[in-house]
Design a protein around this ligand. Sequence first.
Ligand SMILES: [Zn+2]
Ligand SMILES: [Zn+2]
Length: 212
Amino acid sequence: MITVKSFEFNYFSVNTYVLHDETGEAVLIDCGCFREEEERGLNNYIIANKLTLKHLLCTHLHLDHVFGNEFANRAYGLKPQAHKADADALPSVREQARLFGLQDRIQSIPVEKYIVGNETIKFGNSELTALLVPGHSPGSLAFYNKKNGFAVTGDVIFNGSIGRTDLWGGNQEVLIAAIKDKILSLPDETILYPGHGPETNVISESMNNPFL
Ligand SMILES: [Zn+2]
Ligand SMILES: [Zn+2]
């Protein structure tokens, strides 16, 4: 059984997720902590639950989703894993931060391992399947757990909305097609944990999302 904990971090109100199962092994997805109290909040949760972090996964490499990678590296020795298409197409985090007018305390931690579509990521007794869902960024990934019926979707789809497509390598037609192909094809009751805002599920987005 996987426990999903979400935190809302940084100027962009990004959702950072910690997933763990009964073994205490865990994955950190989109580590967005920026201020010291955010780092402390994340660390307190990890200590209180005696978690061993196995992977630092990035749904994509927009700055709001990677602000905390330097902290995750410093505190837990983790290095980010992401799709190569994002690493190739997007400016460095430091450069993205400059473009958004944020220059302080941004350190880029290079991606250590590239994740490909349909790859299985294991921790404890559990596994996630990486789904490539391009369009918001060229290498956007969703992390799907079939057994527990959920997916962490990054900025691909939100409760009642979809990701913006005006940033590096974005494409709205590609995004909508990929959402229909990879996300709406999951079982109806699958819970979707997005990169911003509240959770949703496949059936309610299939029926109510005005962009799809
Ligand atoms: Zn994004
Ligand atoms: Zn975002």
